[in-house]
Design a protein around this ligand. Structure first.
Ligand code: 5GP
Ligand code: ZN
Length: 119
């Protein structure tokens, strides 16, 4: 861990879900990440995968976050498969206000379950 991304952020919804202070419909967890259903799904299946550690966004990643981020990426297809998306899925990571990021705790959206439009 490092100084920028080390501590839970006091008002962070996703830190509260990680800590069990707020409920969420978890679909996957391990020692480094958790995945849960989005409260307001934008596709038939909409999962959020987040590191347990509070990292604000891709823009604040530090070199010593690389193993954690690699682990997060490596689990996405496994989580998608387990959620019934063997044919494919979309991942989205919004970054910063101009990128549409509303929750400032790094997360990957996993979307699928119906044919998504080509981007
Ligand atoms: P962003 O726009 O930051 O990339 O996406 C944040 C996502 O978090 C949104 O899709 C929103 O529906 C979801 N979200 C916000 N608050 C909660 C919550 O309390 N619980 C869950 N499960 N999802 C949330
Ligand atoms: Zn957080």
């Amino acid at each position: 861990m490092n100084g920028v991304n080390a501590m839970p952020a006091p008002d962070c919804i996703f830190c509260k879900i990680v800590n069990g202070e707020l409920p969420a419909e978890k679909v996957y967890e391990d020692d480094r990440i958790i995945a849960f259903k989005d409260i307001s799904p934008k596709a038939k299946i909409h999962i959020l995968a987040v590191p347990r550690q509070h990292i604000t966004s891709l823009a604040t990643l530090q070199p010593d976050n690389s193993a954690l981020i690699s682990h997060l990426m490596m689990q996405l297809s496994k989580i998608a498969r387990e959620q019934g998306l063997p044919e494919g899925f979309r991942t989205v990571i919004n970054t910063g206000p101009a990128g549409g990021q509303l929750v400032n705790h790094l997360h990957a959206h996993i979307l699928g379950g119906s044919k998504l439009t080509v981007m």
